[in-house]
Write a protein that binds this ligand. Structure first.
Ligand SMILES: [Zn+2]
Length: 697
């Protein structure tokens, strides 16, 4: 992640600027009094010139241009001249225009992507020290102003005059009948469906960075949590970031037979204190105090485990955090709301997330989530969990991670095998064609794909960076130690290679550049997971244990069940904020607690036998990720659909090659082409049903 620029002072200035800009904008729109006359005149004139058959295109094009035209774009004469010059009234001109935009946008995107990759190279690859200027290069986004520029030079208006903007409903209702070219035209127009002033984008970025900052410094010093007998359950120096590290520690504590349950109960209490904001403000990110989360008693730490500077003027008290969590979320909401007037086809953050980014209607997502949450499979799995745990369920068991099979090979054995096989990134690269052939790609295809993938030494654990144009190559970034690649590195590399294969095929073998890629990230993740699951095959070590598949499915179901509830909380709170735009942080907190409890009481209390639990609201994403959580839940469902489909085929390679050819059309249509059904929960529910039948104690 690039370092975000943070400055509170700047944020205040920008908020002021936006306020005056919005007032100015409204004034501008209403002052374009000539627009109506020009519109009527041009509609008449162009219809006579190009014929009745073009009339509806003319009307729509004019409306689309008018929606985005501002006083600064020109007066009536400029507008009329622009429309007369740039309306493509016959098929030949349309074809030339479409092809030119498609080709040149590929060049633009592709080269911007190459610049970005080059600018981030020093910070992303193992290439020696990173200097301060390397970080600035890495954070720079060369494409940030393209949309602005395209409105200024009117290329965006040419697209809007000639190609249709669509709603999600139109894409879903009519998309199946559209030709590939029509889909590509729709995607072209969509690029210019918003004209957000740079100041407002900046305000959203500032809010995102403020919320990030709040979350990234929210640590709990675990050694300083004490129970009623002043026992410290956690080791010295353990610093856990909420909620990720707290949850992961809670999961790890299932392995602690002696104190696991006490630790888990304590973490649950800490999480509840954060959500309800009854956590003493002074204990956040502070190793100098001891805190009993049950009694909320705070005192000066009686032992020191970390050399942290004592916070000055710190009053030791248990005064609660003053609803900062909810004030922070409100900032994210208010910044997002500023975009609304500039996004006519999706005028709220909720519609932008569901209708534009995910392209699955919110009502359908809600139904899918509820079908998991209220599935009769839930109590059956809960029963198995109780047997495995030897106790009844506790609320924190929404994070149960005990569905794990024991591997046939030890990690050390696997490390040894992989290190010998791949001593360098080049050795891995040389083997890509063989690996792809093992997965069922033809010899020619395997070579073609491998030729389009470069392997680079990553600083981090690894990632895949696709190309943005057909003349460029995808990058597989992988970590190879001095003594060779270890098994963990290999497992990740195979996942990233799955991304690279999808990226290469869905860019290089697609009929229209504007349709390159997949509908959204869940699709490419699913394909990457299919590859990753075959990592032992690629080492020639397979003989998978059928029970491991069963346990994996039960684990996937339980994780989906957990995140589905969190998703509903995330969706519920954004609706509440839109319904109460002037809310105070305390009111937002009350709403959050009530929504979280309602969802718990409806879908979890029947299994956990306890009511009014607020744990679902602990996710940090709810505060800083702008309605992102449902993507996780949808991602699991999409993954299962794709994985089941690939399992049905005898060859991963052939099936992956077939399904990625649809490109970035609407997810439901993509999924119908791939599996015969739209995106939904059936594949996961059926797989879970089967797993329950095959489960052995
Ligand atoms: Zn991935």
């Amino acid at each position: 992640m690039a370092a975000a620029y943070r400055c509170t002072f700047l944020f205040i200035c920008i908020s002021f600027l936006i306020f005056s800009l919005e007032t100015q904008m409204k004034a501008q729109i209403s002052s374009l009094v000539w627009m109506k006359d020009s519109q009527a005149q041009l509609e008449k004139e162009l219809t006579i010139k190009y014929g009745e058959a073009q009339q509806s295109r003319i009307q729509k094009g004019l409306r689309q241009v008018i929606d985005f035209w501002r006083a600064e774009d020109g007066d009536a004469a400029t507008f009329e001249d622009f429309v007369r010059t740039n309306f493509a009234g016959d098929q030949t001109t349309m074809d030339v225009m479409f092809n030119r935009f498609e080709n040149l946008l590929e060049q633009l995107n592709g080269h911007m992507n190459e610049i970005g990759l080059a600018f981030r190279q020093q910070s992303e690859l193992e290439l020696g020290p990173i200097y301060s200027f390397d970080e600035i290069f890495a954070a720079y986004s060369p494409g940030a102003h393209i949309t602005d520029d395209f409105f200024k030079n009117k290329l965006a208006f040419i697209v809007l005059l000639n190609f249709p903007l669509t709603t999600l409903n139109e894409r879903l209702m009519n998309g199946e009948r559209w030709t590939r070219r029509e889909w590509a035209e729709v995607r072209l127009a969509q690029r210019f469906s918003k004209r957000i002033p740079a100041e407002i984008n900046q305000a959203v970025a500032e809010a995102a960075s403020l919320t990030d900052q709040y979350i990234s410094e929210y640590n709990i010093y675990m050694y300083h949590l004490i129970d009623a007998n002043s026992n410290r359950l956690f080791p010295p120096k353990m610093r856990l970031l909420s909620h990720w590290n707290l949850r992961d520690e809670l999961k790890a504590d299932y392995n602690d037979k002696e104190h696991g349950i006490e630790k888990q109960k304590m973490i649950q209490k800490v999480m509840e204190r954060i959500v309800t904001q009854t956590i003493p403000e002074v204990v956040v990110n502070n190793p100098n105090l001891d805190w009993n989360p049950f009694t909320n008693d705070v005192r000066l730490a009686s032992v020191k485990d970390i050399d942290a500077p004592a916070k000055l003027n710190l009053k030791i008290s248990n005064s609660p955090e003053p609803d900062t969590r909810y004030a922070t979320l409100l900032k994210a909401f208010l910044a997002s709301k500023k975009v609304d007037p500039y996004s006519p086809t999706a005028p709220t953050l909720i519609t932008r997330k569901f209708d534009e980014e995910r392209e699955i209607p919110e009502t359908r997502v809600k139904e899918m989530l509820e079908s998991i949450l209220s599935s009769p499979l839930v109590p059956r799995i809960a029963k198995i969990m109780e047997e495995r745990l030897g106790r009844s369920l506790e609320p924190y068991d929404i994070w149960y991670n005990g569905f794990r099979a024991n591997g046939k090979y030890s990690e050390t054995q696997l490390d040894e095998i992989v290190k010998k096989r791949y001593p360098t990134p080049d050795a891995y690269k040389a083997d890509i064609p063989n690996m792809l052939m093992t997965l069922g790609f033809s010899k020619e295809r395997a070579k073609y794909i491998a030729d389009n993938i470069l392997v680079d030494p990553a600083r981090g654990s690894g990632h895949a960076a696709g190309a943005g144009m057909r003349s460029a190559k995808a990058h597989l970034r992988t970590r190879v130690g001095k003594d060779g690649m270890d098994y963990k590195g290999f497992n990740i590399a195979v996942h990233e290679m799955g991304h690279n294969v999808e990226q290469t095929l869905s860019l290089n073998t697609i009929d229209h550049y504007l349709l390159n890629g997949v509908p959204n990230t869940a699709f490419t993740e699913a394909i990457a997971f299919v590859f990753q699951a075959h990592d032992l095959d690629l080492l020639g070590l397979s003989t998978p244990d059928p029970q491991s598949d069963v346990l994996k499915t039960l684990n996937d179901f339980w994780m989906t069940y957990e995140i589905a509830g969190v998703s509903l909380v995330d969706m519920g709170i954004w609706h509440w904020m839109y319904d109460h735009p002037a809310a105070e942080p305390a009111e937002l907190k009350a709403a959050m607690l009530s929504i979280a409890k309602d969802i718990w009481n409806t879908y979890y209390a029947p299994v956990f036998k306890e009511k009014d639990i607020v744990l679902l609201a602990i996710y940090s994403h709810i505060i800083h990720s702008f309605l992102y959580i449902p993507d996780y839940a949808i991602g699991y469902l999409i993954s299962h659909q794709i994985e089941e489909q690939v399992k049905k085929s005898s060859s991963v390679g052939i099936e992956v090659e077939r399904i990625v050819k649809s490109g970035s059309i609407a997810p439901d249509l993509w999924m119908k082409n791939a599996t015969g059904s739209p995106v939904g929960s059936r594949a996961l529910l059926e797989a879970t049903e089967r797993a329950l039948k095959e489960y052995k104690k």
